[in-house]
Design a protein around this ligand. Sequence first.
Ligand SMILES: O=P(O)(O)OC[C@H]1O[C@](O)(COP(=O)(O)O)[C@@H](O)[C@@H]1O
Ligand SMILES: [Mg+2]
Ligand SMILES: [Mg+2]
Length: 284
Amino acid sequence: MSGADVVEAVFETVAGAAPEIRESLVGRRRYEAGENPSGEQQLAADVYADELFEERLLALDGVATYASEEREDVVEGADGDYHVALDPLDGSSNVKSNNAMGTIVGVFDAPLPAGGESLVAAAYVLYGPLTTMVTLREGTVTESVVHEGERHVGTADRSLPDEPTVYGFGGRVPAWTDAFADYASEVEQELKLRYGGAMIGDVNQVLTYGGVFAYPALTTHPNGKLRRQFEGIPIGAIVEAAGGASTDGERSLLATPPEDLHERTPVFVGNRSLIERAEATLSA
Ligand SMILES: O=P(O)(O)OC[C@H]1O[C@](O)(COP(=O)(O)O)[C@@H](O)[C@@H]1O
Ligand SMILES: [Mg+2]
Ligand SMILES: [Mg+2]
C-alpha cells in the first residue's frame, strides 16, 4: 500500500467511527477508576474511544503501531511503515457539560515518539452541533462535514483569515507567568475571548475566524498541560499548513521531537503575527 493509501484509510476509519464515538458518550460520562499516563482521571468515554480506534486502526494494512494519550506504551500491529498517534477524545471533561470535544490524529513514518519531520498527515474531528473533520495531507488543509461516517468536503483548501478575531488561553490566571500575562493583556485589547476547554473546539475557532489559541507554561506546570506527540505536533502542523504558525514558546511545535511519548509542552497556534509576538514577549 502506498503512503497516500494508508493515510486515506486512516482518515476514512476515523470519520467512519465518528458516529459511534458520539453515540458512545451516552451513558459513559462517569469516571473510570483509572488514570491515564499523564495522571488524569479517565472517563469511560476516553477508554471506549481509545479501544475502538486501537482495534480499527491497527487492522489497516500499512499501520505498524498505535499510540494514544490513554495508554502508557505503543501497541504493535502487523508490519507496516506508518505509526498513528491519537488523542481519542480531546476535551473529554466537556462531556459532563455537553460542550465540544474532538479526536486528534497524527500519521508518522517513523516509530513513536516522533517529531514533526516524520509527520506525513494529520487530522482532527470536531464533535460540535455538526461533526466536522479537518485533514492535512500533502500541505493542504481540507474541512469536511461528516455525515453517517462519510466525509463531504466543504472547504478544499482551508486557510486562516488574515485579520485575527478570537483568542482562547488555558490555565488559571494566577498560574500564568508574568511574561505570558503581559502577552495576554495585549491580546485581550485586540481580540475577542472564546474559550471552550477543548483544544479542538478552540483551535477550530482560530482556523475559522483567525486569532490565537494557547495553553502556556504555568508557574505550577512549567511544560503546560498539552502533550507534544498527541496534541501539539498534529495541531501545529495543521495550523502551519493553513498559513498560520505554531510555537512552544521558542520555536515551531514541529521543530522538536518528543523524547517521551507523553511529554507535555506549552502550545501556541494561530496567525503568524500573534505567534511571533508571543515568542518575542516570552523571550524578553
Ligand atoms: O480545563 P483546562 O485547564 O482549561 O484545560 C483544557 C485543555 O485540556 C484539554 O482538555 C486536554 O485534552 P484531553 O481532554 O484530551 O486530556 C484540552 O483539550 C484543553 O485545551
Ligand atoms: Mg486532548
Ligand atoms: Mg484526550
